[in-house]
Design a protein around this ligand. Structure first.
Ligand code: MN
Length: 286
């Protein structure tokens, strides 16, 4: 079994644009090596937005060198990027966007959600690309909820949605550039759940809501449990009905240099990204 190397929680909310009140549950600035290939996770716990005429969100901004994975639990977002991709992301949907060499995009509340208002709850995960893929053309996977297979735990003890990688003979629809698993767990109070995570892979359990116990450690709402690379699999007890994300992946053994929306391998590549962005080489939003 893997062992716990740290438990972290964050009560500090910050706004991304005026649409996303998030708590950053990990970032590559402290967890880069431990959680590679995962770079960052922002969680927006359920918040009520009143009906509005003006869409909230975050306007045009660039990315280079990695992927953004947006998982919507409640509410609806609208996305548009300079590669010509766009669409809405509703409850259960996942958008897996490969920034690669560079894109501009905007991430907004959808028109429908803006007009109707309601609860918004979502997470955005950043996934690194290996050096040889960082300057690849941008990509876009709009993954509808129906395309994500669900495993049902025995005795109605919960469900596991397989977004990426394989679990219990099910394959997640997301195409990834390195080997990983991204799983969306809903576990009933009292259930003991075993999750696979290969030896030498990074692994983290992110408790979005609920409470779990693992190795006599208790983790609750908006907390991160980080596991050792050594050992295989984890097992936890749900003390409450729990909604969690399980991440595991083969580490990318390369240096990380990041600045704002750019994640590369060296400071020189970051300087180049800033220069290219300022020169207008990231395209235009239609
Ligand atoms: Mn973005």
């Amino acid at each position: 079994m893997k062992s716990i190397v740290g438990v972290h929680s964050n009560n500090q909310t910050h706004w991304v644009g005026d649409g996303f009140p998030v708590r950053t549950l990990f970032s590559y600035s402290t967890m880069g090596e431990q959680l590679s290939p995962f770079l960052m996770l922002d969680y927006a716990s359920p918040m009520l937005f009143l009906p509005s005429k003006q869409a909230k969100g975050v306007g045009s901004h660039p990315h280079r060198g990695f992927e953004t994975v947006t998982i919507v639990f409640e509410g609806e977002l609208a996305h548009k990027d300079s590669a010509g991709n766009g669409g809405t992301i509703g409850p259960g949907d996942v958008q897996w966007m490969t920034a690669g060499a560079g894109i501009l995009h905007e991430e907004m509340h959808s028109k429908k959600f803006t007009q109707q208002g309601g609860r918004l709850s979502m997470a955005q995960l950043w996934v690194n690309l290996p050096a040889q893929q960082k300057m690849r053309p941008p990509g876009y996977q709009a993954i509808q909820g129906e395309a994500i297979p669900t495993a049902y735990l025995e005795g109605e003890q919960g469900t596991i949605r397989v977004i990426a990688g394989a679990y219990a003979g099910l394959n997640g629809p997301a195409k990834t550039h390195t080997a990983m698993q991204v799983l969306d767990l809903r576990i009933k109070k009292g259930a003991v759940t075993s999750m696979p995570a290969p030896n030498q892979w990074s692994a983290a359990l992110i408790i979005l809501s609920g409470q779990i116990e693992i190795e006599k450690t208790i983790a609750g709402d908006a907390s991160l449990v980080v596991f050792s690379h050594e050992g295989e699999g984890i097992e936890f007890l749900a003390l409450e009905d729990t909604h969690a994300l399980m991440l595991s992946g083969e580490p990318i053994d390369e240096p990380i240099a990041g600045y704002g929306p750019f994640v590369m391998n060296t400071p020189a590549e970051i300087a180049q990204a800033i220069a290219d962005f300022n020169a207008g080489q990231f395209g235009r939003l239609a």
